[in-house]
Ligand binder design. Structure first.
Ligand SMILES: NCc1[nH]cc(CCC(=O)O)c1CC(=O)O
Length: 306
């Protein structure tokens, strides 16, 4: 006798960006497996707090509420932006799939390209990683902390309150706002956050059949790259609020990994690259982090902007 399974409940943050990326994951899952999927909106602490995220320890504020719902069985799977996911694994959940990555780069939405902005122009970004790297290129601009969704941020440029804001290209793409990008930073000039542009699909670790089903969404190349990037962050004992950038991608048979810790004043940086086997991305990241620590990366991470 056949029975119709109830739809899989996919937990997502409620922002337009989150529901858009979750909707894409849901549609792909249905396409590949035939499973029905419904979105369940979940409000996370990061969505309601007015606090400066870099002061909250940074880790998990967009993630914990979704994980709680997974553990309680109120949702079956959760979709997160991988860069918001703490690098320390939670044994109660597994990352069942990491879909193919979108554009990993950072983008400037502004009145002019970075090089053409007048001295003192106000650039909105609360990310120490972005501020530190922007300061290396334009130490003479005024970097202003900013929060809120992409709409709110871009609105501050449109209204003239700021001359520019820096956002992830992937997010802008998912919102259909790529046409508003003034400049995309190459990873050589601005290393992205570890995992930027990638998503993580989680389910409870005791649901191995579901994890197996979700694994159709997994992209092995993306998984290797982001695993290497996140291993750097983990080994540096840093979170998403640290001035740490990392980017990895396959090149021929090799996995190339570049990472940097940049002092928030933009004056010093420890930057290193390495190549290794895509089959051991964790080792690649860990070894690179050890070399960076030997060159003083730990001291740079500990420094705070004033
Ligand atoms: N910290 C918020 C966040 N988490 C993921 C993205 C962008 C999308 C992505 O990297 O997948 C953003 C916004 C931004 O950095 O502009």
């Amino acid at each position: 006798m056949s029975s119709v399974s109830p739809p899989l409940r996919l937990g997502t943050r409620r922002s337009v960006m989150a529901t858009t990326q979750s909707g894409l994951v849901a549609a792909r899952l249905t396409e590949l497996t035939g499973a029905a999927v419904e979105l369940v909106g979940v409000t996370t602490f990061g969505d309601v707090t007015k606090a400066d995220l870099t002061q909250l320890g940074g880790t998990g504020v967009f993630v914990s509420a979704l994980r709680d719902k997974l553990i309680e069985g109120e949702i079956d799977l959760a979709v997160h932006s991988l860069k918001d996911l703490p690098t320390t694994p939670d044994p109660r959940v597994v990352i069942a799939a990491i879909p193919p990555r979108d554009d990993p780069r950072d983008a400037l939405v502004s009145v002019a390209k970075l090089a053409d902005l007048p001295p003192g122009a106000k650039i909105g970004t609360g990310s120490p990683r972005r501020i530190a790297q922007l300061r290396m290129i334009r130490p003479d601009l005024d970097y202003v902390p900013i929060r809120g969704n992409a709409d709110t941020r871009i609105g501050k440029v449109t209204s003239g309150q700021l001359q520019g804001v820096v956002l992830a290209a992937a997010g802008l793409g998912r919102l259909g706002r790529d046409s508003e990008i003034s400049q995309i930073f190459e990873v050589e000039e601005m290393l992205p956050a570890p995992g930027q542009g990638a998503l993580a699909v989680e389910c409870r670790s005791d649901r191995s059949e579901l994890a197996e089903l979700l694994s159709v969404l997994d992209d092995a190349r993306t998984r290797a790259a982001v695993t290497a990037e996140r291993a750097v962050l983990n080994a540096l004992e840093a979170g998403c609020a640290a001035p740490v950038g990392a980017y990895s991608a396959e090149n021929g048979p090799d996995l190339i990994l570049t990472a940097a810790v940049v002092a928030v004043d933009g004056r010093r940086a420890v930057r290193k690259s390495t190549a290794g086997s895509p089959s051991a991305p964790m080792d690649l990241g860990r070894d690179l982090a050890a070399e960076m620590i030997a060159e003083g990366a730990g001291t740079l991470i500990g420094e705070r902007a004033h």
